[in-house]
Write a protein that binds this ligand. Structure first.
Ligand code: HEM
Length: 378
């Protein structure tokens, strides 16, 4: 038995257990997963404050969403007559169905928030500047994909919340001049949300978008390594050794973060059930009909002007993010948060972020029937 276990271990760690630096470096080179890391990393990039682990937590959440999503796919039927019933089956019949659905739903919400915070962290430390421009643009793509994945997943339970949130979202798409209406038609496969839309959202959510996301995440992680690792402060203590082996220093930290993320996700998923409203009813419009929370800022702006608020502002924001590293090229202060040299850029970015946060809070909590402003949470 012992010999069998040793043989299995040696097939994974071909150079034996990485107990010294030489074996650790060989292990990093010979394992496909460990090989994603550089064999050696700068000690400054290991500090928690260097990343707040936000990129890695986003990665763990992505993997957890893929695993729980596959389990949900075994039971889910993408048809208006069956989709809502499959949600009920998951809740009452399928083994671990309710907790798997909760893990997927809460993980998806957390993913939107954490990827956004990761983007904020990279911005504040100047991580988008040369030579990381392409990786920043790939990151912007990942952010848009994360929102698209959440949005397409929102429809699948086929309850009142899903149906009307996606109806509102598709109206926002249709309001784009020239391309809006054809795009909405392509997305829904019909003039309104129905059988064709559910199937299209299902294919996008379960096949197309995850494949694109997987490819882009692989490119993103590869670029982090090729761009010379993370940006770090030039003010690292001079006595600090230049590089340390990624095993065990980085790999053990990642293991701890993974365990914490899994524990928190499980705790939340056992404590709180994902909502399921009554079956979607196209004849009964809720008042107000609201988009998913991460689009409520845009819905709030669209209330003032469909084009300027709903299309121009978000479009200009994403275009501005992509252009940013090619326009803001100064090198001073890179690797430090909100340094005096980058005071204006950081303050402006946080001000824009706060503006979106405030309009999102107004849209989420302070808009009542007919989108009237309420003075208490509605
Ligand atoms: C699925 C979403 C994403 C995943 C899984 C992911 C993963 C990661 C990981 C693991 C790292 C290295 C560690 C860290 O910084 O925490 C990283 C770094 C980086 N990420 Fe992301 N990321 C995602 C989205 C984004 C977004 C939305 C942006 C920006 C728009 C972005 C831009 C960057 C850049 C420029 C770096 C290098 C930063 C540096 O050198 O300090 N990423 N990402």
């Amino acid at each position: 038995m012992r010999a069998l276990l040793t043989r299995i271990r040696d097939s994974i760690f071909r150079v034996g257990w990485p107990e010294d630096d030489r074996k650790a470096l060989l292990a990093m080179r010979s394992s496909i997963i460990l090989h994603l890391h550089a064999p050696k990393v700068r000690p400054a990039s290991l500090r928690f404050k260097a990343t707040w682990a936000l990129g890695f937590v986003s990665l763990v959440l992505t993997l957890s969403l893929v695993m729980t999503g596959i389990y949900l796919m075994f039971y889910y039927i993408p048809h208006p007559d069956a989709a809502w019933r499959s949600m009920k089956d998951l809740a009452f019949v399928v083994p671990f169905g309710v907790v798997t659905r909760n893990l997927h739903r809460w993980g998806a919400h957390a993913m939107v928030a954490l990827v956004t915070l990761h983007m904020l962290r990279v911005f504040l430390s100047g991580g988008y500047k040369a030579p990381r421009e392409a990786n920043w643009v790939a990151g912007v793509g990942l952010w848009v994909l994360t929102l698209a994945l959440s949005f397409t997943g929102y429809l699948l339970p086929w309850d009142q919340l899903a149906y009307w949130a996606v109806t509102v979202g598709s109206h926002m798409v249709a309001s784009v001049p020239l391309i809006g209406k054809p795009t909405a038609l392509l997305l829904l496969g019909d003039r309104s949300v129905g059988e064709a839309a559910l199937l299209r959202f299902y294919v996008l959510h379960c096949v197309v978008l995850p494949c694109v996301l997987g490819g882009l995440v692989a490119f993103h992680i590869y670029r982090v390594r090729r761009d010379g690792g993370l940006v770090t402060s030039e003010h690292a203590p001079p006595e600090e050794p230049r590089l340390v082996p990624a095993w065990p220093h980085l790999v053990y930290r990642e293991l701890v973060v993974t365990l914490i993320v899994v524990a928190v996700l499980l705790a939340v998923s056992f404590a709180f059930n994902a909502p399921l409203e009554p079956l979607a009813d196209p004849g009964r419009t809720p008042n107000p009909a609201k988009a998913p929370w991460y689009f409520l800022g845009i819905q709030e702006l669209a209330h003032y002007s469909a084009f300027w608020g709903g299309v121009f502002v978000p479009g200009a924001f994403v275009a501005g993010l992509c252009l940013l590293p090619y326009v803001d090229r100064g090198e001073a202060g890179i690797g430090r948060y909100w340094p005096p040299e980058r005071m204006f850029a950081c303050t402006a970015f946080v001000a824009i972020g706060l503006f979106f946060l405030v309009v999102t809070i107004i849209g989420t909590f302070f808009r009542g029937p007919a989108w009237a402003l309420m003075w208490w949470p509605y």
